[in-house]
Design a protein. Structure first.
Length: 320
């Protein structure tokens, strides 16, 4: 297939590009590098079946020639990013999704939206099934991301119903692995960077809030399976194994062999207390389940962060 991937230089987008190219497809990556990085795609330079376009998908993109699939992964995704770029986050969820859907409609291509578990907000149902409508504060600081993705889902379904666009929606739960930025702001990159620098490990609240963590290879496998399925409604992809943030900090300290102490800070506004996917739908329709245990994934991920920490020392540090 010939596939357009928005957000192709991002963490998930770049891994997805690798998988699709390995499967023999032709890819066009689109990214404006607001949070993605060219370094994530350096290894693809010169690849005969890959082309990169620097463009903000929130603005119209004229794309000549046929397309078989549009994968819309463009968006700031971590709290520090969407709090820093609230308007671009809202625009890429609304205008960017409309533009990507417009390309799919014009090309008679299939369309897949990368949505998020954040559409569930601070959930009152646990674990979260796709039928749960969510508990979101639309005017809180996290609302710019949560509501952008909720709108993106709504307009995707509208194009499916009104224009008969062949669509998919994947609700992605916490995912980790190589190519995450050290300043990403999410739990694993933050804690792993601190641990490798032997800095205090920052845990918000008392650390009892829970998350589930899916290794990137498992997520990409699920996305590819969803691309091939005939299913238009939202589908959760994530790892249903649940860990407290305090337990995660201790495990990261273990895999990094760090001497860091754990310190506690005030819980951010609207921070979810629980986040865990019900993946029974993906298991039934896609025959998919995550296969990478947390400790195995952390050991793989620490190799990446060890190199990054060595490459970018902490502010104020010196090399002899």
């Amino acid at each position: 297939m010939k596939i357009l991937v928005t957000g192709g230089a991002g963490f998930i987008g770049s891994h997805l590009c690798d998988r699709l190219l390995a499967d023999g497809h032709e890819l066009i990556g689109v990214d404006n590098f607001i949070t993605g990085t060219l370094a994530n795609l350096t290894h693809l330079q010169g690849h005969q079946k890959f082309r990169l376009i620097q463009h903000n998908i929130s603005q119209l993109l004229e794309f000549p020639g046929p397309l078989d699939y549009v994968l819309h992964f463009a968006s700031p995704a971590s709290p520090p990013d969407y709090l820093k770029y609230p308007i671009p986050t809202l625009k890429v969820g609304s205008l960017g999704t409309l533009n990507a859907l417009g390309i799919a409609k014009a090309k008679h291509a299939k369309f897949l939206l990368a949505s998020t578990s954040e559409v569930y907000g601070d959930p009152q149902v646990h674990p979260q099934p796709e039928q749960y409508w969510g508990h979101v504060n639309p005017v809180g600081p996290r609302g710019v991301y949560d509501e952008a993705k909720r709108f993106a889902e709504a307009v995707t379904m509208a194009y499916h119903r009104e224009h008969d666009v062949n669509t998919r929606i994947v609700r992605i739960f916490n995912t980790y692995g190589a190519r995450m930025r050290m300043d990403d702001g999410r739990a694993i990159p933050s804690l792993m960077t601190q641990a490798l620098r032997h800095e205090p490990l920052t845990v918000f609240g008392d650390g009892s809030q829970t998350r589930s963590f899916c290794y990137i290879d498992d997520l990409v496998d699920g996305i590819v399976r969803l691309m091939q399925a005939d299913y238009a409604d939202p589908m959760n992809l994530g790892n249903p194994e649940e860990y407290t943030i305090l337990e995660l900090a201790k495990r990261i300290r273990e895999v990094t062999r760090s001497t860091s102490e754990i310190v506690f800070r005030a819980l951010p506004q609207d921070d979810p207390k629980q986040r865990c996917p019900d993946i029974s739908l993906a298991t039934r329709l896609l025959s998919w389940q995550p296969r990478t245990p947390l400790m195995d994934g952390l050991h793989k991920t620490v190799e990446w962060f060890t190199r990054e920490v060595g490459r970018i020392p902490a502010a104020g540090s010196r090399h002899g």
